[in-house]
Design a protein around this ligand. Structure first.
Ligand SMILES: Nc1ncnc2c1ncn2[C@@H]1O[C@H](COP(=O)(O)OP(=O)(O)OP(=O)(O)O)[C@@H](O)[C@H]1O
Ligand SMILES: [Mg+2]
Length: 482
């Protein structure tokens, strides 16, 4: 029976793409004044489902009922007329942002920035948010939650997608679980997390950090006195063979800027970077890659992938480059290796020939990671590696990190997920205001000790002119998020 509060209902929706059944007989309903969470693994069909409501895709079969009437939503205008507003996953990269732009005025790319609630209320009765918290800081998440709760009080129905299980009880009312394109159940948002995971993946998975310390060898990455005026200052550290070094810090601390400079993607003014003792030229990605550095960037779509190339081509990007230098390309070997890594990472795809643009968000991230794993990099830098990744795949990635270090590689990992940094790092560097504020061993590193350093003001008294104010760093980091 439909509830008198029902805003919309989806019945038996089916959607196929060449080689993929993205949705197979999905049911869903949304009430006035509720936050309804859509939960499912990477590739389960969450984004595809909400695109039926936003008018981006049309269903092959099934019906959508709004206010008791069957409707067709054939474009953004139909959705807007029905009061349905959508914030897409990685919304800054979706060209048609008119509705979202009306709602989220004055935001920076990849950030919500200022949210104009009045405009939102005037516009939307149904608000769909596809992983809005994936790119937000904890402060921004709090702000977003306050706004969503207010909207709920005002009677708006909110469809909320997240891979952060702790957000479900904090914000949600009901949860619909999708698995392999099917809606397999509807439960209360107060359902325990382990039960939610079991529904989602069909078995129990414990989100734990399976770090196995490897034997530590010689320094593979040595960074000395790295400085980029106004951005980061006198950054020195090393990462040894077999080590995982985490970089923690608040947004704006300069973490992404430092690793981009180490990788040669950005210039620096002073200091040096060496791989296995060999000093690298500055601002030269090609030299860094040849020396054996890999970077999984936080902005996978902008920097990590060729969206209109296949999974296989993307996986082979780095190795192919190395292979062509020798004049011979072993395409068959490439394909076998690509198939193996895709399988290991559980990339959900129609086949190795599928264009990366049409993979789900989490599966795109797996391809970026897989590309570097295949390339056999000495030093792998991971910038927010598990953003948008489901619970099961997270554990897979942690296990791959263990395998890498056991094989003598070095891993440098930035993460805003503090439990992840604490759980997977052998040492933690904490950055604040463009400097390394301190270094903690795995034993010393706790939420409290890391946070104390992250909010400290690590200035160098002898060179007051190089003091970086928080404002400067924030301004530089603004558009990039983390
Ligand atoms: N335009 C498309 N062409 C081909 N396949 C597609 C297209 N869009 C989605 N798919 C496929 O449909 C399936 C569901 O993808 P969807 O993006 O809905 O997953 P998701 O649940 O949002 O995952 P994630 O948590 O990773 O964002 C995936 O196998 C994906 O590759
Ligand atoms: Mg998605």
């Amino acid at each position: 029976m439909s509830s008198p509060d029902e805003l919309l209902r989806i019945e038996g929706i089916r959607k196929t793409f060449p080689g993929v059944v993205a949705l197979d007989s999905v049911d869903f309903d949304l009430r006035r004044g509720e936050v309804h969470v859509l939960l499912g693994e990477n590739g389960a069909g969450k984004s595809t489902l909400i695109k039926m409501l936003s008018g981006a895709y049309r269903p092959d079969a099934g019906k959508i009922v709004v206010d008791g009437k069957k409707v067709r939503i054939h474009g953004a205008q139909d959705a807007e007329r029905l009061g349905i507003a959508t914030i897409y996953q990685e919304f800054n990269l979706v060209p048609d942002l008119t509705v979202a732009e009306n709602i989220f005025l004055g935001r920076q790319p990849r950030r919500f920035g200022l949210i104009d609630r009045k405009t939102m209320e005037a516009d939307a009765r149904v608000l769909i948010m596809d992983e809005p918290t994936a790119v937000l800081t904890s402060g921004e998440v709090e702000k977003l939650f306050r706004i969503v709760r207010q909207l709920r009080e005002d009677g708006v129905g909110v469809v909320f997608i997240t891979h952060h299980l702790e957000e479900i009880a904090a914000l949600g009312d009901r949860v619909t679980v999708l698995r392999d394109g099917r809606s397999i159940g509807q439960v209360s948002a107060s359902t325990p997390e382990d039960e939610l995971v079991r529904l989602m993946v069909g078995r129990s998975i414990e989100l734990q950090y399976p770090r196995e310390r490897a034997d530590t060898g010689t320094p593979l990455l040595t960074v000395e006195g790295l400085t980029r005026d106004g951005v980061f200052h006198d950054v020195s550290f090393e990462v040894r063979a077999g080590e995982v070094v985490g970089i923690a810090g608040l947004v704006g601390a300069g973490r992404t800027e430092v690793v981009r400079a180490v990788f040669g993607a950005d210039p620096y003014d002073k200091g040096s970077v060496a791989v296995a003792g060999e000093r690298l030229p500055r601002h030269d990605v090609s030299a860094a890659m040849t020396a054996g550095i890999g970077l999984v960037p936080e902005d996978r779509k902008g920097q990590g992938l060729l969206l209109d190339a296949s999974v296989e081509e993307n996986l082979g990007l780095v190795t192919l480059r190395a292979a062509t230098r020798g004049g011979l390309v072993d395409l068959k070997g490439q394909r076998t290796a690509a198939a193996k890594i895709a399988e290991q990472l559980g990339v959900r795809m129609a086949g190795l020939g599928q264009h990366v643009r049409t993979l789900s968000g989490g599966n795109q991230q797996k391809v970026v990671i897989g590309k570097w794993l295949l390339a056999d990099t000495k030093v792998l830098i991971l910038d927010e590696p598990t953003r948008g990744i489901d619970v099961g795949a997270k554990v897979e990635i942690y296990q791959l990190i263990n395998e890498l270090t056991a094989a003598g590689h070095a891993v440098l990992m930035i993460s805003s997920d503090l439990p992840e940094v604490l759980g997977m790092s052998d040492r933690v560097l904490v950055m604040a205001q463009g400097r390394i504020a301190g270094e903690l061993t795995a034993d010393e590193a706790t939420q409290d000790s890391v946070m104390a350093l992250a909010v400290s003001s690590p200035t160098t008294p002898t060179t007051p002119t190089t003091t970086v104010t928080t404002d400067t760093v924030t301004a530089v980091e603004g558009p990039d998020g983390h």
